[in-house]
Design a protein. Structure first.
Length: 259
C-alpha cells in the first residue's frame, strides 16, 4: 500500500512547513483607533494584491497558538497566534497576531532557535530567550488543524528550543482588554514554566474555542520528556505568579534536579 503523503512528510525536515489551520476563530483583542478605509484605499489595496509580490509573508506557512506573559510584568498575559517560517533546522521566525481572523492585529515577533544555537550565545544575550519545554510538555502550545501525529512531530522538533519574543502592542484579550494602538515601549515576553501560572480563564477560553483537550494533549506528549534537557530561564518569573508543579522534563539548568 502506498504511504500516505502526510507520513512521507513526517520523515522530512520540511515537516515544520506544513500549513496548520483549523479550530474556531479567535477575534482580535482590540479594534484599532481610526476611520474606516475609504473607497480609494480599498482600490489601492485591491490593485496591490494583483500587481505586487508578497513573497516574504507567503513563507509564513505554519500556525501555532500559545500564551505569553510579559517578563517585566508576568500578570500581563495574552493569547499569541504565531505565523512562522522555518528558515533552517536551527532557526525560525514568526509574526505574532492577537487573533486568527483577517481582522487580527500584528502585535509582535518571535524568533525560535535550537538548543545548539542558544548554547553559542554570549551570557548577556541569553536573558532575552525563554525556554519552550513547559509549553510543549504541558500542552499549552498547539498547532490547530494538524493531525495529532503531525502536531506531535512538530512539537518534538521544538523540544529544548528557545524563543526571543517582543510584543509591541498590548492589544489585549477578552479577559484583559488592551490598547487601541501600539503604545509605549516594546515588552519582552516570556514563557510559562509552572502549572497555574497562566490565567485559567484565558487558557480555558482558548481550549474551548479550539476544541482542545489539555489533559489529552499532555498525555500524548508525555514521552517527549525523555528528550528534555535542563533549560535556562525556567525560573525567571517564578514566584511572581501563583503556580506549582510541572510535567516531568521541565527542569531549570543548574538546579539540583538538573543533569
Amino acid at each position: 500500500m502506498p504511504k500516505h503523503p502526510l507520513l512521507t512528510l513526517l520523515t522530512a525536515p520540511a515537516l515544520f512547513l506544513l500549513l496548520a489551520c483549523g479550530g474556531e476563530n479567535r477575534e482580535p483583542g482590540a479594534e484599532p483607533a481610526g476611520a474606516p478605509t475609504s473607497a480609494r484605499t480599498d482600490t489601492l489595496k485591491a490593485g496591490s494584491k494583483v500587481l505586487q509580490d508578497t513573497a516574504p509573508v507567503q513563507k509564513l506557512d505554519v500556525y501555532i497558538a500559545g500564551f505569553h506573559p510579559m517578563k517585566d510584568d508576568p500578570s500581563h498575559q495574552m493569547e499569541a497566534h504565531h505565523y512562522c517560517r522555518q528558515v533552517n533546522e536551527d532557526f525560525a521566525q514568526c509574526a505574532l497576531f492577537d487573533g486568527n481572523t483577517d481582522a487580527a492585529n500584528l502585535n509582535g515577533i518571535e524568533y525560535i532557535i535550537s538548543e545548539r544555537v542558544f548554547e553559542s550565545l554570549p551570557a548577556d544575550e541569553r536573558k532575552y530567550w525563554h525556554p519552550h519545554n513547559y509549553e510543549i510538555l504541558s500542552g499549552q502550545l498547539v498547532a490547530p488543524g494538524l493531525p495529532d501525529v503531525a502536531e506531535k512531530e512538530l512539537m518534538r522538533s521544538k523540544m529544548n528550543s528557545y524563543g526571543k519574543t517582543w510584543h509591541v502592542w498590548m492589544s489585549g484579550t477578552p479577559e484583559m482588554p488592551g490598547d487601541k494602538l501600539p503604545l509605549g515601549e516594546a515588552h519582552l515576553a516570556w514563557s510559562f514554566n509552572r502549572d497555574g501560572e497562566a490565567r485559567p480563564d484565558m487558557v480555558q477560553n482558548r481550549d474551548r474555542r479550539m476544541g482542545i483537550d489539555p489533559v489529552e494533549e499532555r498525555r500524548q506528549r508525555a514521552d517527549l520528556a525523555t528528550l528534555a534537557k535542563p533549560q535556562e530561564g525556567v525560573g525567571a518569573i517564578a514566584g511572581q505568579l501563583p503556580g506549582k508543579g510541572a510535567p516531568p522534563g521541565v527542569v531549570a539548568k543548574g538546579s539540583p534536579g538538573a543533569q
